[in-house]
Design a protein around this ligand. Sequence first.
Ligand SMILES: [Fe+2]
Length: 282
Amino acid sequence: MNILHISDLHFGSRHWDGNNKLLLEKLNSYDADVVINTGDSTTDSLESEFEDAGNFLSSIHCSHRFSIMGNHDKRNLRSQDLFREFIDDVDIIHPLEPNKCTKNNIFLDPNISKVKNNFTDINFIQTLRLHGKSILVVGLDSNQLYSDNGCIDDEILRSLSERIEQASYDKLLLMCHHPLLETDNDPLYNSYRLHNFINKHKIEHIFCGHTHKLSLKESTDHYHQHTVTQYVSGSLSSSSHREDTNMFLFYENWAEKEMIIHLVRIFVAGDKLLFKEELITF
Ligand SMILES: [Fe+2]
């Protein structure tokens, strides 16, 4: 099973000057069974940005595409509606007991905001059957409306846990915009909650974005005797800090012994794009 991992597309004012058509040609040259987009598809959560991001994502030739929200996608009261209209009209998991949620602005006042859905989080679980194996894809929303910091809500985790426990699967793939094993100026608060969740379900793979920096790490909890691998891709297509390079990751034979990770760095050269590819094995 091959996975194409992209992140931080940043359509809008922080989008790069590179040629998206050439970028799509390159992405489509990989034989991906699954595409994972780990958030920040937009810069300011504007409708036009969601629309552009949605058009780009739907031009990637793969029948299994999964996207989650990033902090930049949650700068609009209509963020949830726009994500579902343009990116993915995914089945959202609602909290079992809404009054136990503690995340700020997780519910909007329906009398004030004219949104279709006053619940602002996008959390989902989907099962994929690929090459004889069933993969449970879990999308966890680590973002809070109008905040760049990450925040995990315990009641949401409890609601996801119930669904995971009902599912049968060979591998679980967790997507979360804010990394668990990295930090920056807008970190994931309450990361212990995510650690507990990972230990509880013995989650072995977490895909993240947010920092615009490549990071491939394993963490072992010796008390719970559990190891998780965290894959963080840098930005696909942002004009950002000087030290960043745009990139994507292609996981050939993901989670198998013979997995090879293709790290593809992307450089804008006038009208063209230059690609520099490195192969990484664990
Ligand atoms: Fe982010």
